[in-house]
Design a protein around this ligand. Structure first.
Ligand SMILES: CC(C)(COP(=O)(O)OP(=O)(O)OC[C@H]1O[C@@H](n2cnc3c(N)ncnc32)[C@H](O)[C@@H]1OP(=O)(O)O)[C@@H](O)C(=O)NCCC(=O)NCCS
Length: 196
């Protein structure tokens, strides 16, 4: 199929069903995305913020942008068919002992299009991007059920220690091509996470 034929077909495609994002484009964050990303995390994490307060994830992303651990290639948005930002994920540089490694978070998808594959697309894209940058692993604190499908295991199984032992198996890690079994020890997130 030629490229022009592909675009003609795409333009004829039926509009997406309610609750489904439709085709999304995953790309790097651009300067104009800052406000839409704030809005997105406000909505995605509203469930976790008491009494309509601002979710901490909004300020966290701003603080990460100002931090030396910010890696522009690892802040990705999912753009819906009308150009709206429907998802965002960021990994920032921390360390595993003395070796640079990345921590994932936050990741958020607009509530009205959750469970339609947007988070999955963002996860695969950011893991591939971190791998291409030769980081040995991605660490995160999150749901055991959701992240296993992307190759995450309890970090302790890889000899990677959580910043807080109380996190238990919810602190997870995904080895990348540059990972070696000798890479063990305490994981440290980029500094803005410590202020949470
Ligand atoms: C978590 C989140 C990013 C997932 O994104 P999403 O676009 O809704 O997820 P996807 O559609 O890509 O999910 C892919 C698969 O993961 C599983 N899954 C999705 N959300 C899940 C959840 N909360 N718990 C367990 N499994 C889940 C499902 O198997 C899903 O496939 P399905 O089509 O069979 O339902 C999104 O729900 C979100 O923004 N939640 C609020 C913010 C948040 O909690 N962020 C994570 C902090 S740890």
């Amino acid at each position: 199929m030629s490229l022009s034929e592909y675009y003609r077909q795409r333009d004829r495609a039926p509009s997406s069903a309610p609750g489904h994002a439709g085709p999304v484009l995953v790309r790097r964050e651009a300067p104009d995305d800052v406000d839409p990303i704030d809005d997105l995390h406000r909505r995605a994490f509203a469930f976790a913020a008491p009494n309509g307060a601002e979710p901490v994830e909004v300020a966290l992303v701003h603080a990460l942008r100002e931090d030396p651990g910010w890696v522009p290639a690892l802040s990705l948005v999912a753009e819906g068919p009308q150009g709206a930002v429907v998802g965002h994920v960021v990994c920032s540089e921390g360390a595993l002992g003395d070796t640079p490694a990345v921590g994932l978070g936050p990741i958020g998808v607009r509530p009205d299009v959750q469970r339609s594959g947007v988070g999955r697309a963002l996860m695969h894209a950011v893991l591939a991007a971190a791998d291409a940058l030769d980081y040995p692993l991605v660490a995160l604190l999150g749901h055991l059920d959701y992240y296993r499908q992307f190759g995450f295991v309890p970090a302790s199984a890889m000899g990677v220690l959580a910043p807080d032992p109380a996190w238990g198996d919810h602190f997870q890690a995904r080895p990348l091509a540059a990972w070696r079994p000798a890479l063990k020890g305490a994981f440290r997130y980029a500094a803005p996470f410590e202020a949470l």
